[in-house]
Design a protein around this ligand. Structure first.
Ligand SMILES: *[C@@H]1O[C@H](CO)[C@@H](O)[C@H](O)[C@H]1NC(C)=O
Ligand SMILES: *[C@@H]1O[C@H](CO)[C@@H](O)[C@H](O)[C@H]1NC(C)=O
Ligand SMILES: *[C@@H]1O[C@H](CO)[C@@H](O)[C@H](O)[C@H]1NC(C)=O
Length: 244
């Protein structure tokens, strides 16, 4: 390869070339994360979505997802998300802290947007298991926003519960194989979220009877798109789990 080509390539890489995915289940390796489109219920609507990896390292990822979906305003079409490759395989009782930081904004949004911005965290009795599989005992969603009046499904079981220095309404639902807890922000959109997720885990063990022997099988962070159009930009996201 001529020297000039090498120089050109290294310049390209140092500029950081954004990579974009468009297919229903397309994913990209992103440092310590996997970034996925996950348009799992796209057939409930008509539209398109594309997800762009902006930058990544072992600790941090930045990305955006731009979408437009029509029809079935109460049904989620997609969950474009970054899944940590490192924050899993540990029992709740063996976690000392789980620091996370997520800075995001919907840079554009239609007037009829319905979407949430949420963590989707999976627990099970085995140390590993795919999200939303027969290995899942619990799904724990933390909704940092419910745009356009989007709400969790199931039943609201608490109001104004104070966890990690913030106030939440807790919802509970049952899925085919697992129970779902939703912590929905009671204080509006939380665009800068810097907390210890272990505060939520301890609450679930102490107040909601989740067994401390449950393993964290996966932590995802993304946006569920219901209807409308928007461009979610995550300028920085990180999560880790520190053992006792
Ligand atoms: C996907 O959306 C449709 C609405 O078109 C809904 O009936 C169905 O339950 C959704 N799928 C799941 C698995 O929620
Ligand atoms: C988002 O998608 C819309 C419609 O395809 C397009 O007009 C717009 O330029 C896109 N914005 C970004 C930031 O990609
Ligand atoms: C996890 O915690 C339990 C209960 O405190 C303890 O018995 C066990 O040794 C711990 N396991 C690890 C791997 O630290």
């Amino acid at each position: 390869m001529p020297f000039s080509t090498l120089v050109a390539l290294s310049c390209l890489f140092s500029l950081g070339i954004a990579q974009t995915i468009t297919g229903q289940y397309d994913c990209l390796p992103a440092g310590g994360f996997t970034l996925c489109q996950d348009l799992w219920n796209q057939s409930a609507g008509v539209g398109a979505q594309q997800t762009t990896l902006l930058d990544s390292s072992t600790e941090t990822v930045s990305w955006s997802t731009n979408w437009t979906w029509a029809n079935s305003p109460d049904n989620v079409k997609s969950y474009a998300n970054a899944k940590s490759l490192l924050s899993n395989g540990i029992q709740l009782q063996n976690i000392s802290s789980a620091p996370t930081s997520w800075h995001w904004s919907y840079e554009t949004q239609s007037s009829d947007i319905r979407a949430d911005v949420s963590y989707d965290i999976w627990f099970g009795t085995e140390s590993s298991g795919d999200p939303a599989s027969s290995a899942s005992s619990y799904e724990v969603m933390i909704w940092l926003a419910g745009l356009g009046g989007a709400q969790p499904v199931g039943t609201q079981i608490t109001t104004g519960t104070f966890i990690a220095g913030l106030t939440w309404n807790l919802w509970k639902a049952t899925n085919t194989n697992w129970e779902v807890f939703f912590f929905a922000s009671a204080i509006g959109d939380i665009n800068s979220f810097d907390v210890d997720l272990n505060d939520f885990f301890k609450y679930l063990v102490e107040e909601q009877c989740v067994a401390p022997t449950q393993y964290v099988q996966g932590i995802q962070a993304g946006t569920e798109a219901f209807v409308g159009a928007g461009n979610l930009v995550t300028t920085a996201y990180s999560v880790s789990i520190l053992p006792t």
